[in-house]
Design a protein around this ligand. Structure first.
Ligand code: SF4
Length: 198
């Protein structure tokens, strides 16, 4: 092992004193750091200062449903942050919610319906109305083909076990109530679930 010499120790101490922020501050023009800001921090302004209006929204990423303030300039959203008036999140957002602006503006974001036909190896773009109509037709067809009124022993069930529904996390109580009414009460679906687990 290489022996540490007195010169190398002195050199290390000198380097530490030179690089350490405290001695640099004490030797500078503002030893008490009363005006410790760079040109960058002096001139940087919050994005929302440029906004010409602000709207409210709800974070779409989980069942907590944090309230958001959405700032816009012209036709562009320029900032999203937590709404301090919300009793749920009180102005805060977790990293997912705080990334809302980046996800909104992401060039890879899907904004159209993608459809992959059975046995196809590629996606096609379709209009939203077409997708809704196809879903409705398939639900109707499947229900008609699989609906069971009575079990073999005569017990009435009025159900289908061939369709399932999985709700999203940000559905509210009223939406879930209507979904349950439609799927279970109206269509006779047994498997009605929700992704929310908070
Ligand atoms: S906890 Fe995070 S992901 Fe869930 S609603 Fe709030 S900000 Fe969005």
């Amino acid at each position: 092992m290489k022996a540490t010499t007195g010169a190398s120790i002195r050199s290390r101490i000198a380097g530490a004193l030179r690089d350490w922020s405290v001695p640099r501050q004490l030797h500078g023009q503002d030893p008490m750091s009363t005006a410790a800001e760079s040109e960058g921090s002096r001139t940087t302004r919050p994005r929302l200062e440029e906004a010409d209006r602000v709207g409210t929204s709800i974070c779409p990423y989980c069942a907590v449903g944090c309230a958001q303030l959405v700032y816009a300039k012209g036709d562009d959203v320029i900032h999203v942050e937590g709404d301090p008036r919300s009793p749920i999140n009180q102005g805060t957002l977790c990293p997912k919610g705080a990334a809302t602006l980046g996800w909104m503006l992401n060039p890879n974001r899907l904004t159209t319906v993608k459809y992959r036909a059975p046995y196809s190896d590629h996606w096609e773009e379709r209009p939203l109305d077409w997708a809704m109509e196809r879903i409705a037709q398939l639900v109707k067809q499947t229900r008609d083909e699989t609906f069971v009124q009575r079990l073999p022993d005569g017990t009435p069930v009025n159900h289908t076990l061939a369709i399932a529904e999985l709700g999203g996390a940000t559905l509210d109580n009223e939406e879930n109530y209507l979904i349950k009414k439609l799927c279970a009460g109206g269509l006779g679906m047994v498997f009605v679930e929700n992704q929310a687990r908070i």
